[in-house]
Design a protein around this ligand. Sequence first.
Ligand SMILES: Cc1ncc(C[n+]2csc(CCOP(=O)(O)OP(=O)(O)O)c2C)c(N)n1
Length: 647
Amino acid sequence: MDKLLSQIQSPHDLQSLTTEQLEQLAGEMREAMCQLLGTRSAHFASNLGVVELTLALHTTFDFSRDRLIWDTGHQIYPHKMVTGRYHRFHTIRTKGGLMGYPNPAESPYDLFMTGHAGCSISTAIGLKCGDDLLRPNENRYVVAVIGDGAFPSGIVSEAMNHAGWLKKRLIVVLNDNRMSICQRVGGIAEYFDRLRMAPLYSGIKHEVYNLLSKVPLVGNSMERLLDQLRDAVKAGMLGGMLFEELGFRYLGPVDGHNIAQLQKYLKMVKQFPGPVLLHVVTQKGHGFPPAEEDPRTFHAPAPFQRINGTEVAFKKTGSTRCYTEVARDAILKEMERNDRVVVITAAMCQGNMLEPVRDRFPDRYFDVGICESHAVGFAAGLAKAGLRPIVDIYSTFLQRAYDQIFQEAALQNLPIVFMMDRAGVVGADGPTHHGVFDIAYFRHFPNVTVLAPGDADELAAMLEFALQEDGPVAIRYPKATATVVTRPYSPIERGRAEWITHGRHGTIVCCGALLSACAEAVKQLASEGIQFGLVNARFVKPLDSELICRVIQESPAVVTVEEAALQAGFGSAVLEAANDAGLNTSHVRRLGIPDQFVEHAERDELLADLGLTPEGISEVCRAMVPHAVPGSVRPLSGNLSVARRQA
Ligand SMILES: Cc1ncc(C[n+]2csc(CCOP(=O)(O)OP(=O)(O)O)c2C)c(N)n1
């Protein structure tokens, strides 16, 4: 099944292959991806769609010296297979195995570690300028491949604007498959659709249009006729005018599954002396009918078995509810209750599980595309107009909107709720996707409230609380099964933590959904005769300084726990509060993400490595009370139990 593929050690091995052999290789690469999906979830449909493009690129350029950037990077699998990594392909997205995104540590053919969309043209034009300054005689080609979903990102306009003006030789390949993860949205999407309808345009017809524009119009009917004629000619001939006006040569649309044709046009764009955009039309999921038919489900599907060529059976995953679903249901409930509540997603309808919200409230649901900064600016406008916007964006992608959080949300003190899904370690997607910096990038802004629910019940209660606040509120929750820590009810009150149990050897102060792990740790310790209390912080900001300072004064050992970067995180806030109150903090330990990027692996594996499991937490607590005598303490007063939330 991998007769040719197993021979490919580097792109140099592709050069001697005929078109027929390359087509056979494409089939083998697709088969390797199908086999992978038999074992684990991975990006699939986007990768199936770029197999021929990958082969055409590697046979037209020499990327051991030329430069290639895959935008976002989730469609990197075929590239990995032909750049010496096929023998390790089966390890992709596993601990210690290949990353699911580009990784310069794996191969010199991967230039940047990426995972966030839209940056390819900026880095590509930077590489071009760098090479021109440092290696003026080497004449390296620079190619950025960007999807139509990523293209509307703000940074792409900034890069196109700059590149068009610099007029340097830069090749942008627009991989247009008419899809983001879900249906793509926006005016640029419609523009691409019009371009796809037009016959191949190569820039030469520009002059014809200019001539036609100069035809004088006489009388009404003649005017209409000429208008129609001009529209027809425009559609047919003026593909890519937008890019041409920006200083790019536009070429396309070209069939992205025809290797010979792709090679021909890639060779052609090599000849252009300035920036050029090659519009390549591909099909997401190409070559595997179920993925062709439903590219949304097959973007990153659950593992499946092939039944026959057209059907698959997805492997069963647990039926437990996750925090994303709990958040979505809470959003739905609030939208039912209050018709001023609106929700904004940045191209992540599927990831945020917002389909029921979109279908139920189409007028109050906004998908802005992969444009997180715009999402926040837009929310600010909605809030100013009197609505109650909920910005539902993954923690890692909301980083894009840092300045809008500052200026449009915090500085104006506008009532915007940020639902930060996937806050914490996310698992196999790895360093580009872990949402561990949001506490740091939110808590230093005045006016902002930052909340971390300890369990699923609190998440809904916090959203209700947040929608009654007058300023911006951020709520962070992880990509995890929703748990409930059973305990007496206590309402969410502004700036108030929850002291769940007391313990005379020490106290764990937990920020967020690791509360269940902390509760388990407390139990484990109690069974050994070590008595730790448990505080659920609830608020990162405003911090319950009064309660926290009492804990630090009264407890012989204090351990803060957060699934976030320790630098500028929750534990830092605790230390700041204690320092402001003049307290000794030598008995305070902070558990969280140290000052390093976290690798890719299953979430449970990462939490274990980080010591953020019941065992890891209790180990630290145990080490802080070396002289505790087993059996000499009172049993826990509280009655804690952890329940998995059922779907
Ligand atoms: C800044 C940012 N926001 C959201 C995402 C999530 N995301 C990953 S791939 C993708 C769709 C990309 O669409 P496109 O560029 O057309 O590539 P395709 O998958 O269609 O090949 C999205 C929204 C991301 N990676 N980065």
